[in-house]
Design a protein around this ligand. Structure first.
Ligand SMILES: *[C@@H]1O[C@H](CO)[C@@H](O)[C@H](O)[C@H]1NC(C)=O
Ligand SMILES: *[C@@H]1O[C@H](CO)[C@@H](O)[C@H](O)[C@H]1NC(C)=O
Ligand SMILES: *[C@@H]1O[C@H](CO)[C@@H](O)[C@H](O)[C@H]1NC(C)=O
Ligand SMILES: *[C@@H]1O[C@H](CO)[C@@H](O)[C@H](O)[C@H]1NC(C)=O
Ligand SMILES: *[C@@H]1O[C@H](CO)[C@@H](O)[C@H](O)[C@H]1NC(C)=O
Length: 563
């Protein structure tokens, strides 16, 4: 949680009278404000909603697998990833990754997730490759009756095939509050449409254009509030517009006299404008807008601000004294007896569970046959080589985690004794322009391993085919057999936003062969790309691939995210 305490308390109590009355008598007063961004990680195209006392947040993942992560929060501020709506990308063979089958920048974007109490179901849908809409559902395990809590930690997502033949471009689901809990989807670019789904939510009943904008809008989110239908749309990448219908889901819709936000400054410099978000209320009826900032090279990160409503029913953002998106606001939920501690993205993962945590996503679908997809074997993540290639972008089983901004180190501890001649493993700063520190084993002599830094691995913008497999920019010491069992590789990355500027943020690489006591820097600082076209921001990742033959493996003993 990023929250400030004491000093800010008095001031914020003025704005949060309802929650502040007994602060003085509390033995441990809660922090009274939060800071934006609420989670400095790349979770774009957010769809935030509330079930009981629990907030859920669905996001885009493109070709990462599992896809469509779901985060959970008890206060709209501290979030933890708890599941993925799409456990495996079932969109075609290219999502399995191979030399001529890559799906970079395809896959999951601007999808939608909602909970439907009458069927006790979480319902996810998303249009893939502008052609079909995929649907996955999970049983809510009585979440609606249990203040939003989902009892089954595995969620048990089920795919509904075949996908819908229509593309719900930038979909926003609504569960109506009628007796049937009818499902509607607002979608489209500029010409906004609403589709009504069948009772089971798996087929289209009808679809109709409801609003034709005079300029480009997309990213629909649909709500019904006090009997009125709202559709929020984004004008990329600068503004959020509100449409309202008092006559039903199919309109006619009226455009708000003023956008909800338009080129709003704050709360971070060199980041884009907050836009493309969701509105959500708390149990006690306070409303919030959750949007994202383009914060490359790190990606797109969520910010939260309170809303008020005009007498004629239009939402208005609460801005700071300079009319910017505030850097801090009073906490949305204070002293909820229901709130539970949410783990920080910082810390060490020793891969002790039976499956990877939901902080991790593979680059495309992993190769389960190699054993890697199953996660781990009782402490440590075993990565068997699954591809024979000299191109990391074509190698299966790279597993990644979002970098925590504004600066973080990702440290992977490897047991590399199982590597074979020609194998390459390492810690990567992953994006369309990537670099890594790794262990290369000589392609003829499996006992000759050395450390290298490889830079400038590049995907071609647009086609996203590999343009460069990278060049070795530094060579470290040979790794004797006795140190290969405990090699620590670290990536230090500065993802402070530099979007729309020519400032190049950099990352550096380091290693330790003394059990993590001392780290030695290797190679030059490498520049990161601030461009948005790849959509996903930089990630830390760990990989192991062969260049000669399969059979080798490494064990990732731990990963630490530190700041
Ligand atoms: C929190 O709520 C409990 C139960 O309603 C109450 O007894 C306590 O005083 C509250 N504390 C604060 C700091 O609001
Ligand atoms: C998972 O969902 C499927 C389909 O709804 C169901 O048949 C199965 O029993 C569920 N499994 C578990 C463990 O809940
Ligand atoms: C909805 O109606 C309730 C009850 O009249 C009212 O308290 C609330 O402010 C309304 N909400 C909005 C967003 O108009
Ligand atoms: C293989 O590499 C090791 C370590 O560098 C070296 O000691 C050994 O002589 C090499 N073997 C051959 C056959 O080149
Ligand atoms: C990086 O790779 C691209 C594409 O192959 C190439 O155009 C560029 O010159 C390379 N830059 C460096 C610094 O090697």
């Amino acid at each position: 949680m990023r929250a400030k305490n004491a000093a800010a308390l008095a001031a914020s109590c003025l704005a949060a009278v309802a929650t502040c009355h007994d602060v003085n008598t509390s033995p441990a007063p809660q922090a009274a404000t939060f800071s934006n961004p609420v989670l400095w990680q790349d979770y774009p195209d957010l769809d935030v909603f509330r079930v009981g006392d629990v907030f859920y947040y669905s996001s885009s993942t493109f070709a990462y697998s599992p896809g469509a992560p779901v985060l959970r929060s008890y206060d709209l501020v501290s979030w933890e990833p708890v599941t993925h709506s799409v456990p495996r990308l079932n969109f075609g063979a290219k999502y399995d990754l191979g030399p001529s089958s890559q799906a970079y920048v395809k896959g999951i974007w601007a999808s939608s997730l909602r909970y439907r109490a009458s069927t006790d179901t979480f319902h996810w849908l998303g249009c893939v490759e502008s052609s079909r809409t995929y649907i996955w559902t999970a049983a809510g395990t009585a979440a609606g009756r249990n203040r939003g809590a989902v009892a089954n930690a595995n969620w048990n997502w089920t795919s509904h095939t075949p996908p819908l033949a229509s593309c719900y471009y930038d979909a926003g689901l609504l569960v109506d509050d009628d007796a049937a809990e009818t499902l509607y989807v607002a979608y489209g670019n500029t010409r906004i449409r609403v589709a009504q789904l069948s009772a089971d939510g798996l087929a289209e009943v009808k679809s109709q254009e409801v609003y034709a904008a005079a300029f480009t809008v997309e990213g629909s989110r649909m709500y019904k509030i006090n009997g009125t239908y709202y559709i929020l749309v984004t004008r990329p990448a600068a503004a959020e517009y509100v449409l309202k219908s008092t006559t039903g889901p199919f309109g006619p819709y009226r455009l708000a006299p003023k956008p909800l936000v338009s080129s709003i400054a704050g709360p971070l410099s060199s980041a884009g404008y907050a836009h493309q978000g969701s509105i959500v209320d708390t149990v006690d009826g306070k409303w919030y807008y959750v949007a994202f900032l383009d914060a490359y090279p790190g990606g797109r990160i969520p910010v939260v601000a309170p809303l008020t409503w005009t007498p004629d029913g239009w939402p208005q953002l609460v801005t700071d004294s300079a009319d910017r998106w505030g850097a801090t606001y009073p906490l949305p939920v204070v002293n909820s007896s229901w709130a539970k501690a949410v783990p920080s993205p910082l810390g060490t993962d020793a891969f002790e569970g039976s499956a990877l945590s939901h902080a991790w996503e593979w680059n495309h679908n992993p190769d389960d046959a190699s054993g890697s997809g199953s996660g781990n074997k009782g402490g440590g993540l075993v990565l068997q080589t699954a591809s024979v290639t000299t191109d990391l972008f074509a190698a299966r089983n790279t597993v990644t985690q979002r970098i925590l901004g504004p600066k973080a180190a990702g440290t992977f501890r490897l047991d590399a004794r199982g590597m074979r001649a020609g194998d390459r493993a390492g810690a990567v700063l992953f994006r369309d322009r990537a670099a890594y520190i790794g262990v290369w084993v000589d392609d003829k002599n499996s006992s000759a391993a050395r450390l290298v830094v490889v830079s400038n691995l590049t995907l071609a913008q647009g086609t996203w085919a590999t343009a460069s497999a990278g060049t070795v920019v530094a060579t470290g010491p040979a790794l004797a057999a006795d140190v290969l069992g405990d090699v620590w590789l670290r990536v230090d990355a500065d993802v402070t936003p530099a979007f729309g500027t020519s400032t190049e943020r950099t990352a550096t690489f380091a290693y330790s062969v003394d059990g993590g006591k001392s780290f030695a820097r290797l190679g030059p600082a490498v520049a990161m790309s601030n461009s948005w076209q790849f959509f996903s921001g930089y990630r830390f990742g760990v990989f192991n691939h062969a260049t000669r033959a399969l059979g080798g493996e490494v064990t990732v003993k731990s990963f630490t995210m530190s700041q």
